[in-house]
Design a protein around this ligand. Structure first.
Ligand SMILES: Nc1ncnc2c1ncn2[C@@H]1O[C@H](COP(=O)(O)OP(=O)(O)OP(=O)(O)O)[C@@H](O)[C@H]1O
Length: 311
């Protein structure tokens, strides 16, 4: 496995009672990337992350973190990896700072002498230094999540694995976490972040992997994933049935109804030809457009499911 990839897996599979929750995953997460691991709830993201971190044994397949095989070299490499999988249990009546000190004290690999400075550096990194002395129970949801990320930053990390870090946050908290991830990435840390919300990761990710029913259905740079989709023609008309027939006859692919009209994939059929045929066929065309599908359209097509964009 190459050292250029922060995370790599080959044929990674997990079956529960014979059913594949994760099915033959070949992940390739380049070093220095912000990799958005997207998919609807239940598509296998958490199970994948648990296998990558050595928390659960794969049924089949192999994986590595920072070039080290998991679980064989887990002890060696895991100190260089910060993870937020199930949030750490924080004590409500202790301050954010004291909570981090407790967690750090429980880490046998952490140096006691540098604990105070590392705790404050982690708090500073997530913008919580001014609120360090406040009790955890007084923190907003966004502050709580930032504290959980600070817990993953108590040691210097080359790779951060965050499972749904914005889950359950209000829009303000979501923005806070998103900005934090972007700023961590700008230091060169590789960030692998899972989400079922495309809108939350799309702006900050350089790379995407899309899960659907345990399978990785798309992977690559954001541009590659977006570019893999063929342009779509949309016709707004009051005669959708007639328009569908004409478009299909011309050779337009995947002709399907949309609200107020019809869409299809023109492929090699020129847009001018489609419009001319529709008009000649007596179809009133109110609007005609050919455009690349948005990432949102693409995910619907890839996963067969709408992504919740409202949060
Ligand atoms: N320990 C387990 N035993 C049996 N089935 C499991 C177990 N863990 C997960 N599954 C099943 O595996 C599938 C994938 O679950 P997983 O939690 O990995 O998905 P996910 O994409 O992370 O979704 P979510 O965002 O809801 O956590 C689901 O159908 C789930 O019910």
């Amino acid at each position: 496995m190459t050292g250029e990839l922060a995370i790599e897996s080959r044929g990674l599979t997990k079956r529960f009672r014979g059913t594949a929750a994760v099915d033959a995953l070949d992940l390739a997460v380049p070093r220095g990337s912000v990799y958005g691991f997207l998919g609807p709830n239940g598509s296998g993201k958490t199970t994948t992350i648990r296998m990558l971190l050595g928390l659960v044994r794969p049924t089949e397949g192999t994986s590595s973190l920072l070039g080290h095989s998991i679980p064989r070299a887990a002890q060696q490499v895991l100190p260089r990896v910060g993870a937020l999988v199930e949030g750490p249990a924080f004590h409500p009546y202790l301050s954010g700072r004291d909570n981090l000190r407790r967690l750090d004290a429980a880490d046998l690999t952490a140096d006691r002498h540098t604990a105070a400075s590392r705790v404050d550096a982690a708090l500073d990194r997530v913008g919580l230094l001014p609120a360090a002395g406040k009790r955890y129970r007084a923190y907003s949801l966004g502050m709580r999540q930032r504290l959980a990320i600070a817990a993953a930053l108590l040691m210097p990390r080359e790779l951060l694995v965050l499972d749904e870090p914005t889950n359950g946050l209000d829009p303000q908290g979501t923005r806070e976490v998103r900005h934090l991830v972007a700023s961590l990435a700008s230091d060169g840390t590789t960030v692998f972040v899972s989400s079922h919300l495309l809108s939350e990761v799309e702006q900050m990710c350089t790379h995407l992997g899309v899960m659907s029913e345990g399978r990785l259905v798309a992977q690559g740079s954001t541009a590659q994933v977006r570019g893999g989709a063929a342009p779509v023609a949309r016709v707004l008309t009051e005669q959708p049935a007639e328009a569908s027939r004409i478009m299909a006859e011309l050779g337009v692919d995947a002709v399907a109804p949309i609200p107020g009209g019809v869409c299809g994939v023109p492929g090699g059929v020129e847009p001018e030809k489609i419009v001319a045929a529709l008009v000649q066929g007596g179809v009133g065309v109110r609007e005609f457009t050919v455009s690349s599908p948005s990432l949102e359209d693409l995910f619907v097509a890839l996963t067969g499911e709408g992504f919740d964009v409202s949060g």
